[in-house]
Write a protein of this length. Sequence first.
Length: 100
Amino acid sequence: MGLAKDDCSSLLDRKAGQTVVCAVLISTNPPTIKDNTGSYCLSSALPSDVIAEEGDSCLFLFECSVQPPRCLRVTAIPHELVPVMKYQLAKFREFHQKSS
């Protein structure tokens, strides 16, 4: 299985593999992310090498083979890329609906 794409509302539905979520880091303690579908409070601390601040738009890489999903990496991105990531998520879902 390749790398999947999700949002805050669909993250918990994924039970295997890795996925990327584009969201805003709204809190570091406890680690909480938010997008247009809702918010998600991480069950463990952010990775130690995170260079993102509260309010930053980020890509979050999650390992979903363990439940709840565990955040492996956080990459801050320019806010202008959020619509591009939403488009990629829509295309990912469209492709997987057609192939199932």
